[in-house]
Design a protein around this ligand. Structure first.
Ligand SMILES: [Zn+2]
Length: 240
């Protein structure tokens, strides 16, 4: 018997996202792969850098953005980044989920907001502050999400910081940073470091794939031409 649900919570009502309740989401700190890839995830921060999209496009860097409902609704900047990454769930109000009696509403409602605002169905959750417990994983699953994405490396300032005692990057490392001042130079340095260590930046969406979705739900994903990093420079910006 699994001990997951602390409280009995109602099943999610039918929603626009069409996401169906499932078993507990799986938490990952890094992706289980032998490929020499690492992943860049950027969380809400509200700092608008006009150079970010050009940098990501020129360097062929895919990102995954975890945004709260508040950010998605009030901060249109993220729409410019859709060509280089997907928008995933960071809850409605950025509350630490283990402290909540009913974390399900924070997660399910954010799914609906992403569908409404971004036109894509999320399948990953980054819990605010990285805080999660068994109830969080169960709630994420009940909201139809597959993965709770933690991180193994962060980029809080100018340099990569390893969360464990690893000496350098390891295959599948997930890097956390935020939309913040100084992000572009920090990423520039980080990408140089990543490549110097023999890694490329991969597309997290290719490794943590949605499970059990219908074609309808995955069709709405933005086209990203960056999966094959080493191939010719693909045109990434629609219309360019
Ligand atoms: Zn956050």
């Amino acid at each position: 018997m699994e001990q997951v649900a602390v409280t009995q919570e109602p099943s999610p009502r039918p929603t626009a996202s069409g996401l169906k309740s499932r078993g507990p989401a799986q938490v990952v700190h890094s992706v289980d792969t032998e490929d020499k890839v690492v992943f860049i995830t950027i969380d809400d921060g509200l700092y608008e850098d006009p150079e970010l999209l050009a940098f990501l496009t020129d360097e062929r860097i895919p990102i995954t953005a975890f945004l709260t409902t508040g950010t998605i609704v009030s901060w249109p900047y993220w729409k410019g980044l859709e060509p280089v990454g997907s928008i995933q769930n960071h809850t409605v109000t950025h509350t630490a989920l283990p402290k909540m009696a009913n974390p399900q509403s924070e997660i399910c409602d954010a799914n609906e907001d992403i569908v409404e605002q971004a036109g894509q169905v999320p399948w990953m959750l980054r819990p605010p502050y990285g805080a999660y417990n068994a109830s969080t994983l169960a709630a994420a699953g009940r909201c139809g999400l597959d993965w709770v994405v933690h991180w193994s490396v962060s980029l809080p300032g100018k340099r990569l910081e390893y969360q464990t005692k690893q000496a350098g990057l390891e295959p599948g490392d997930i890097i956390l940073t935020h939309f913040r001042e100084g992000l572009v130079p920090a990423l520039r340095r980080a990408v140089k470091d990543i490549r110097r260590q023999g890694f490329e930046v991969g597309r997290l969406e290719d490794y943590l794939t949605p499970r059990g979705r219908t074609d309808d739900q995955t069709d709405s994903l933005p086209e990203m031409a960056m999966a094959t990093q080493t191939e010719s420079r693909a045109v990434l910006v629609p219309g360019s």
